[in-house]
Design a protein. Structure first.
Length: 367
């Protein structure tokens, strides 16, 4: 009993200590907000942009090294929200475009990358719409799926990256978990029809065959559209395959979690802007696209440049070029910053060995 009393006393003392720390924290946060507001006023007078992701990334990088308790991901979450709240005080709200409707994996990725405090999220019905609105300055950033660990590259997005004047400023890897979703009191054994995007159906093909062999399948434009449809139908015999986020968004039940056949299912999303990101971080990667000369060993000569410069290539793939018959564009990711002399020199050498070259951006690597 005495030991319990001692523990309870210690617990109360520790909670009181946390309360005192919180009091100091809120005072410092308010002070930060006041300074941020003044900075915003000065930037407005000087006609400077408020959002500087390169500076924010540098702050997070430095603070992560100093923390003795929290993981980098935790520091990133805390400070991203704090800095976004300060931008909101400055009167800055970023408009973020994603492939809709609400509740898609694109929406989930956008919400994970951008803070809700200083962002407004806008769904678009197609990749083309996203790029068009970005180029017209109707939105500040768009987030698009670039590749899936199982299904491969999203070629339509690659085509737009090649043809449009945009830059990659970030990336995020999202684990894709598919669920059977229905209205309240629905049961798996009573289902007669499932709705979802063809890719989601394919990703759960084996599970469906083994557990719902006689189910009728209807394709939709997105998993979120399927979930929304189930919500509107309000029928217990119907279900959708989609994300946990979409189930929560539309207020539906998850009848069966994680029905994807491969648990290592990830989609890589790119964050795009009309403005190039300049950063001075260690963990960065860059993306370029190019067309090689029509000569033996042309691609080898390009790869050799990076090997001799000790620059690690993380991805290279080809894509047919729309402007020429039987011509191919190569898309390459590599570790390194274009601001580094070694990388800059390599890219300068590259231009003499290809017939066309485009730089798409340098950005923090997804963890």
């Amino acid at each position: 009993m005495n030991e319990d009393n001692s523990k309870n006393t210690e617990l109360a003392d520790l909670r009181k200590e946390i309360d005192n720390i919180d009091e100091k924290l809120i005072s410092l946060v308010d002070k930060r907000g006041e300074i941020a507001k003044k900075i915003g006023e000065i930037k407005k007078d000087l006609d400077l942009k408020v959002y500087h992701p390169e500076r924010e990334n540098k702050i997070i990088e430095n603070l992560s090294k100093k923390s003795r308790v929290f993981e980098k991901s935790s520091i990133e979450s805390i400070w991203k929200e704090l800095m976004a709240s300060c931008r909101s005080i400055q009167g800055t709200i970023d408009k973020i475009g994603f492939l809709g409707p609400e509740g898609t994996f694109s929406h989930q990725a956008a919400s994970k990358f951008f803070s809700r405090s200083s962002s407004e999220f806008y769904p678009f019905s197609s990749i083309e719409e996203l790029f068009n609105n970005l180029e017209k300055n109707l939105i500040n950033y768009i987030i698009v799926p670039i590749e899936n660990s199982i299904e491969g590259t999203v070629n339509s997005v690659l085509d737009y990256l090649i043809e449009r004047n945009v830059f990659i400023i970030g990336e995020i890897d999202l684990k894709i978990s598919q669920n059977i979703i229905g209205i309240e009191d629905s049961k798996l054994e009573n289902l007669t029809k499932i709705y979802s995007h063809p890719q989601a159906i394919q990703q759960a093909r084996i599970w469906i065959k083994e557990n719902l062999p006689n189910i009728e399948i209807e394709h939709t434009n997105s998993t979120a559209e399927a979930v929304k449809f189930i919500k509107n139908q309000d029928e217990k015999s119907l279900a959708a395959i989609g994300s946990e986020t979409s189930a929560k968004f539309y207020g539906l039940d998850i009848l069966k979690e994680s029905v994807e056949d491969n648990p290592q299912n990830f989609t890589r999303f790119m964050i795009l802007s009309k403005n190039r990101l300049k950063i001075q971080l260690e963990a960065v990667k860059s993306t370029i696209i190019f067309v090689t000369k029509h000569s033996p060993g042309a691609l080898y000569q390009v790869i050799k440049l990076f090997a001799e410069a000790n620059i690690n290539l993380t991805k290279i793939e080809s894509r047919p070029r729309r402007l020429g018959k039987w011509e191919y564009i190569f898309i390459m990711d590599f570790e390194g910053n274009i601001e580094e002399p070694q990388v800059e020199e390599t890219l300068n050498d590259l231009e003499s060995k290809v017939i066309w070259f485009k730089y798409l951006g340098t950005y923090p690597k997804s963890v």
